[in-house]
Design a protein around this ligand. Structure first.
Ligand code: CP3
Length: 352
């Protein structure tokens, strides 16, 4: 049977009647209904750990705004506690009380069994898939190894990443040991998500762009590649091969290497034209992006103009419309609707 979902067809660079759209952080604080459900859950973590409520917020942007794909409600940092690092989510952003600072602490980390240690994630996937009833595909996700390393060693977000750089350049051997552990954890975690029912997976390298091009090959890219290789070689993938999306926030300096990640789809942030990326990475991958999340503060008419510009640069095939990073909490949902309508109307084309 031919695939009917636009999003999955675009991931595979098959012809589509129009460009599909979803949005990073589409289940989040810009939606009043998200804030209400989070209030009922009591906290962000309680929301992540309750499959019925996680399902509720996953479906809100689908029901209210009609995106072409849903994304599992969870967080990339959810794998750190079973590895041995407790994470808290105060208003100011994620915090790890005891960040990794020694080789002994790195050696003590576990590669957890996700079915045993994160059962609520797999249960959420099953509940969401049932509720979606194949209306749109469900995207699973994980943090890419270098991005996970930055949180694990900094203990929070950072401006200069001093502990990360100390580890990468001062003790590369330990950095590789840590990245290898995170890569193995990530691969089995994504395998479990696929077995539970997700239709695509995205690796978020939100902080993969803090290094030079040579170090990009040595650290973020090498370990994203490892996750993708492990996944493609897994028995789960042999049964159910789903598209893999790799997103580096700030990909522009690395375009000579980006396409060698092994992913089916590459995420593109807004700091570079998506046409430039296409020329540099070739036609072997689909591209996802790349409206500046801040552009949603513009008027609906201006949003439409910017959507048209991106659609023109991206072309008809192998493009999934998205923001260049997560939607900002201050965004007006009606402006998100204007973006979606513009993508629907301006990318529509007759069947070939
Ligand atoms: O809708 C979706 O995209 C699915 C859910 C999702 C969340 N986090 C929910 C969340 C996804 C895919 C993520 C990924 C994630 N988490 C990333 C990669 C994407 C990116 O933005 O670069 C990163 C770096 C994290 C770590 C993280 N979690 C940060 C930095 C923060 C605080 C910043 C913020 O936006 O508040 C979180 C918390 C978080 N994760 C929230 C949500 C909806 C906000 C928490 C709340 O409700 O108070």
């Amino acid at each position: 049977m031919t695939e009917r979902h636009l999003f999955l067809r675009a991931c595979r660079r098959e012809p589509v009647e129009r460009t599909p759209i979803w949005m990073m952080r589409q289940a989040g604080r810009y939606l009043p209904s998200y804030r209400a459900t989070r209030e009922r859950a009591g906290s962000f973590l309680a929301l992540c750990r309750n499959p019925d409520l996680a399902c509720e917020v996953t479906l809100q942007p689908i029901d209210q705004l009609d995106f072409d794909a849903a994304i599992l409600f969870s967080d990339i940092l959810i794998t750190l506690p079973p590895m041995g690092l407790e994470v808290a989510f105060p208003e100011s952003g994620p915090k790890i009380a005891t960040p990794l600072r020694t080789r002994a602490a790195i050696d003590a980390l576990a590669v957890p069994d996700p079915e045993a240690e994160l059962p609520y994630v797999m249960e959420s996937i099953r509940v969401i898939k049932k509720a979606l009833a194949d209306r749109v595909p469900l995207i699973g996700f994980a943090g890419a190894p270098l991005t996970m390393l930055t949180y694990a060693v900094e203990g929070a977000g950072s401006k200069d990443y001093p502990h990360t750089k100390k580890l990468l350049y001062g003790d590369p051997e330990s950095a590789h040991v840590l990245l290898d552990k995170i890569a193995r954890t990530t691969a089995v975690y994504l395998e479990a998500q696929i077995a539970a029912g997700v239709d695509a997976v995205q690796l978020f390298d939100s902080w993969g762009a803090i290094v030079s091009p040579g170090d990009f090959r040595e650290y973020p890219l090498r370990y994203a590649k490892r996750v993708i290789e492990l996944l493609r070689a897994s028995p789960t993938f042999a049964k159910r091969s789903v598209p893999i999306i790799y997103f580096v926030n700030g990909c522009a300096p690395y375009l000579d290497d980006y396409a060698s990640s092994g992913a089916d789809v590459l995420g593109v942030d807004w700091r570079i034209g998506i046409d430039v990326v296409r020329r540099r990475v070739g036609d072997g991958v689909a591209l996802q992006g790349n409206l500046d999340p801040g552009a949603l503060f513009a008027s609906p008419a201006e949003i439409r103009t910017r959507v048209a510009d991106i659609l023109g640069r991206a072309g008809n095939t192998g493009h999934i419309f998205n923001l260049g990073h997560g939607v900002l909490p201050e965004t007006n949902p009606e402006h998100v609707r204007a973006m979606i309508t513009a993508v629907r109307e301006l990318s529509a084309r007759p069947p070939a």
